[in-house]
Design a protein around this ligand. Structure first.
Ligand code: ADE
Length: 248
């Protein structure tokens, strides 16, 4: 998987991509990331990237030209669907704008993105981006939640982290990501490690029993209980084949 990230703040990405699973995935050659400074594609002597909104409104908007120039330079082909340009959208990698107006990032979306071998992420800034970027350049818009960040950078990091975890081989063990919260549509239940007793609090007997079927049944019950208590909306969303009452 190769991920291009267009940002005004490439330095923001330094820490998160250099630790843990992301670092290992890069070292193993499963993931490569290229950071592209939007400023380098700015307009004129001052490399301007933003301007005031037409019609008057507070704040600044990102102009379309630097963003389009950045994507076309990265992909080395015309990408902007201008009135007189034919673009074969089907052959493009997803060009994703991170914005609170996008579709919500869920584990299902993460898996869908992980199937591509390349992604282009555009981090929005200021009060937003010129609408023509949305309409004629990007192929997808993603939000990481119903709150407003100061830009798409943190959202891009979240997306890259979540996508990397599901790349085959990234975790070093294969079942982990599947068992995580949300992959099954359920939250993960309680987990324990050593010691078996800590300050008078015991690990549940069943986990020490060595009885695999009973352990699996207990885990499933606990996952259902936790989901019912904390996120009943997830249970409603599950399909009937995964219905908890089916005893599966
Ligand atoms: N940019 C600002 N807020 C955002 C959010 N919630 N998700 C994605 N990008 C954003």
């Amino acid at each position: 998987m190769h991920i291009d990230i267009i940002t005004l703040f490439p330095h923001m990405f330094q820490g998160p991509f250099e630790e843990g699973i992301l670092r290992r995935a890069r070292e193993k050659g499963l993931l490569s990331i290229a950071l592209h400074d939007l400023r380098a594609f700015g307009v004129g002597k001052h490399r301007q990237v933003d301007d005031v909104p037409y019609g008057g409104a507070p704040g600044m908007l990102l102009r379309p030209e630097p963003i389009v120039a950045a994507v076309e330079s990265i992909l080395d082909r015309p990408v902007f669907r201008g009135a007189d340009t034919a673009v074969e959208v089907e052959t493009l990698p997803p060009i994703i704008l991170l914005t609170p107006q996008g579709r919500p990032l869920t584990q299902a979306v993460v898996k869908e993105l992980a199937r591509h071998d390349r992604l282009v992420l555009i981090c929005g800034r200021y009060e937003g981006v010129d609408e023509r970027v949305r309409e004629f350049l990007v192929t997808d818009e993603i939000s990481i939640g119903d709150y407003v960040l100061s830009g798409g950078e943190l959202a891009a990091m979240v997306l890259v982290d979540a996508v990397t975890r599901v790349l085959p081989g990234a975790l070093g063990y294969e079942r982990g990501a599947e068992e995580d919260s949300f992959a099954s549509g359920l939250l993960e239940g309680p987990q324990y490690t050593r010691p078996p007793e800590f300050r008078g609090r015991q690990v549940p007997d069943v986990l020490l029993s060595g009885h695999h079927e009973r352990i699996a049944a207990w885990r499933r019950d606990q996952a259902l209980k936790r989901t019912r208590e904390r996120r009943p909306d997830l249970l409603e969303k599950r399909t009937s084949s995964e219905d908890p009452s089916s005893g599966e």
